[in-house]
Design a protein. Structure first.
Length: 537
């Protein structure tokens, strides 16, 4: 009976976010991709010739290999653990096996890995050696000593060690060599940009460079992406499939898992290609793909391209024939490139969770994957930002009977709703009305905090808001629409039609927990959301 070894690199994003600048973030991302696409299969291939036909899955830091001989599976497990410890740090890999192949082995693997995560098996990760040119000087071995100093004549970055003044070129495909102690089936592994005649007992592996990695050595930060844009903003897009673990558990054998994984890869890669083509001319040069594998995608691109990109990707990933039967959710953050990427990623992740939460509560009974696909977004203007839940709670208006709530946002949006909103907003912007319409709208929705914290329980009237009448009608918005229609008579019909249409008519309420009252049905108001979108369409 054949043997199975499966594993998963944990803390990928925590690892990537240690990178102080874009070029190192890109380098870390490339290393993860190289491990999955080239390195792990190459190790297996040296141990057992039949393995190339039995790579059941290897992408985005996850893998499942089948070996004909148990001793080869054990050798692979030991080797790949040593490699990840050397590249990414101690405790960066969760791995199980060898397990006897058979019905139910995939579910067993999923349970084992989830159990490891729950027990905190990855709680301690040592410094990341793969960033040896960021954190560790190759000459004196000092940690945290390498600092960016200047650009060289060829515009490549130069690092200078504070301890011994050694200068190093900082590129994201540095040659990395791993030497094995006695007792391992390999003597040395060398990661290189291009493989050449290998020395004896050295396994050469090429970096998994793609067409999107060209020129990344010279990108100092995300401001390079905004050179030719009007707003100077970037978009951070983070997408993930819904309840993938439940779908994987339905696979009984490695062969079924392989077919399922291949379908996911085909769906998401085709969706990515389609999204890049929709992002406009030159998108390839202005998109940074940091994680792309399985159902995961993390992309940074100019904000003006990001909305079309998000729509197209989500449509493709959840379209007809997709293996992601429970849909895909995403978070999209608009920001100036000067805000630290760590904060941008965590906010995108928070928005992704927000979208998943509402899909899980309200939409999991939908028949189509597209009906279970949602996106949440926000404009981030400062690194000093609260959690999404705190912001949303301040946008809640509690009506006098304290049973009905109104939320001054409709986010997150189901994909169909989001498309309707952006289509209507794009058409409205073509009227070329003054931009102060959106500024006036901002004053209506965000004049002050909507929730007063003092004595809420004893003073329900503390939440009374003159913008909303006792029946929950947003009278301030009605006055705004009437005023704008009178100011711009030539477009009166279009103004009223735009602000009175209902992109969320099929889902007018969301669920939420407020003031420790448990789950409440919250009415959604979408007009405030165009404030964050208007500049990027």
């Amino acid at each position: 009976m054949s043997s199975i070894v499966a594993g998963e690199i944990v803390g990928i994003y925590r690892y990537l976010l240690k990178a102080p600048q874009l070029r190192y973030l890109t380098g870390g991302s490339l290393l993860i991709k190289t491990f999955s696409d080239n390195l792990a299969p190459a190790i297996a291939r040296t141990l057992e010739e039949s393995v190339p036909n039995k790579v059941r899955f290897s992408a985005a830091g996850r893998f499942l290999f089948e070996f004909d001989k148990t001793e080869n599976a054990e050798a692979f497990l030991r080797t790949v653990r040593f490699v990840t410890n050397s590249l990414l740090g101690q405790g960066s890999l969760l791995v199980c096996g060898p397990l006897d192949n058979g019905k139910g082995v995939v579910r067993k693997i999923a349970d084992i890995l989830e159990g490891m995560k729950a027990s905190g098996a990855n709680g301690s990760i040592s410094p990341h050696h793969s960033f040896h040119y960021v954190q560790r000087c190759g000459a004196c071995g000092s940690w945290e000593s390498m600092k960016f100093r200047r650009m060289d004549k060829d515009e490549s970055p130069v690092l200078l060690c504070n301890s011994c003044d050694t200068k190093l070129k900082a590129r994201n495909h540095e040659t990395i060599t791993i030497d094995f102690p006695d007792g391992y089936p390999l003597k040395r592994i060398s990661l290189e940009k291009e493989t050449k005649d290998a020395e004896k007992d050295c396994l050469q592996v090429a970096y998994a460079l793609s067409e999107y990695d060209e020129g990344l050595d010279r990108s100092k930060d995300f401001s390079d992406l905004t050179k030719d844009t009007k707003t100077g903003y970037i978009g951070v897009f983070y997408a993930d499939g819904n309840t993938l673990g439940a779908l994987i558990s339905q696979c009984n054998t490695p062969e079924e898992y392989e077919r399922f994984s291949n379908k996911i890869t085909e769906s998401t890669r085709e969706a990515l290609r389609s999204a890049l083509s929709s992002a406009g001319k030159g998108a390839k040069d202005s998109v940074r793909i940091f994680i792309e594998g399985g159902d995961d995608l993390l992309v940074v691109l100019p904000a003006e391209r990001s909305v079309a990109f998000a729509e197209k990707y989500l449509s493709g990933a959840s379209g007809s024939g997709t293996a992601l039967k429970n849909g895909v959710c995403a978070g999209l953050v608009f920001s100036k490139p000067s805000i630290p990427f760590t904060m941008l990623f965590h906010k995108a992740e928070e928005l992704l969770v927000s979208a998943k939460r509402q899909v899980w509560k309200r939409c999991m009974d939908k028949n189509t994957p597209e009906g279970k696909t949602a996106i949440d977004f926000m404009l981030l203007t400062s690194p000093l930002i609260e959690s999404i839940d705190a912001i949303r709670e301040r946008q809640v208006y509690i009506m006098p009977d304290r049973r009905s709530y109104t939320l001054f946002t409709a986010r997150p949006y189901l994909l169909k709703e989001f498309k309707t909103l952006t289509d209507k907003l794009s058409s409205f912007k073509k009227l070329n009305l003054p931009k102060n319409i959106f500024l006036t709208l901002r004053d209506i929705f965000y004049p002050c905090e909507l929730i007063y914290q003092e004595n809420i329980a004893s003073r329900p009237e503390a939440r009374r808001d003159s913008r909303v009448d006792e029946n929950g009608n947003f009278v301030a918005l009605e006055k705004f629409i009437t005023r704008q229609a009178s100011l711009y008579k030539a477009n009166e019909k279009e103004i009223k039609s735009f602000f009175n249409h209902e992109p969320i008519k099929d889902n007018p309420t969301w669920s939420g927990t407020y003031e420790d009252k448990g789950e409440q049905s919250v009415r959604r108001v979408w007009q405030a959301d165009i404030i964050d979108l208007a500049d990027f369409l």
